[in-house]
Design a protein around this ligand. Structure first.
Ligand SMILES: Nc1ncnc2c1ncn2[C@@H]1O[C@H](COP(=O)(O)OP(=O)(O)OP(=O)(O)O)[C@@H](O)[C@H]1O
Ligand SMILES: [Mg+2]
Length: 219
């Protein structure tokens, strides 16, 4: 990732990207896409195709083997991990408001803003519940609320429905629709068609498999 960053245009610009780890073949090559502020992109592909890896390349955690990832200058990146996590004895409202309080928003305003986002994600009625008492779907939605309250420019979401039964997965997918239009560039790694369906753009990693196989079978 360049340190200078994009001055204008998309939030995320990926060009001719290819990646392999030591011990893996080329996962994909010639991957190219842009995500503008306010757009959502679903990255799909089977298990092991490199969806989570793509998120880590965008985040700059891994350096791509080929090609480049450019982010808009000064863009703040937030990542919602696959497994919801939170302190068991904290309330939903505390957890949601924390990123705002940490950005020195006065607590009343922080709580008001957090309540607004909780409401959008169907969690306002659970504001006083402890994290430990949430269902899997509620906990996953809280992670999205918390990420939004961090006010990122780029939001990376890894498998938001993987742990959920169909009904909760559907609720989370519906909530993901709300991410569009908040001005963030959102990239969601998913194998769930219901999630891909609510995104503006789709990138199927199977379309970028290296020619002549993965290289695993060579030599
Ligand atoms: N740090 C690493 N070092 C070596 N190999 C890795 C590393 N991270 C991932 N891999 C390998 O790269 C491949 C892609 O992994 P990745 O986790 O990105 O796939 P995925 O599409 O997210 O899969 P899933 O749907 O199961 O989450 C896998 O074969 C994985 O074992
Ligand atoms: Mg993954």
């Amino acid at each position: 990732m360049t340190k200078t960053g994009i001055q204008q245009g998309p939030m995320v610009l990926v060009s001719d990207l290819g990646h392999r780890f030591t011990g893996t073949g080329m996962l994909y090559q010639h991957v190219a896409f842009t995500v503008a502020a306010g757009q959502t992109l679903a990255v799909t592909g089977p298990s092991g195709s490199g969806k989570s890896t793509l998120l880590s390349l965008v985040a700059g955690w891994d350096r791509p083997t080929c090609g480049r990832v450019d982010l808009q200058q000064g863009a703040r990146v937030c990542w919602v991990f696959q497994n919801p996590y939170g302190p068991n004895r904290r309330t939903v409202l505390d957890i949601a408001a924390f990123p705002l309080v940490a950005q020195e928003e006065p607590r009343p305003q922080a709580e008001e803003e957090a309540r607004g986002v909780l409401d959008q994600f169907g969690l306002l009625g659970r504001a006083r519940a402890h994290f430990a008492d949430l269902s899997g779907g509620e906990a996953q939605r809280l992670m999205l609320v918390r990420a939004i309250c961090s006010r990122p420019d780029i939001l990376l979401v890894d498998e938001p429905t993987a742990q959920l039964d169909m009904r909760s997965a559907r609720q989370v997918a519906d909530s993901l629709r709300l991410l569009a239009g908040r001005g963030m560039a959102v990239i969601i790694a998913t194998h769930d068609p219901a999630v891909a369906q609510v995104c503006d753009l789709t990138l199927d990693l199977e379309d970028y498999l290296p020619e002549g196989g993965t290289g695993d079978e060579a030599g």
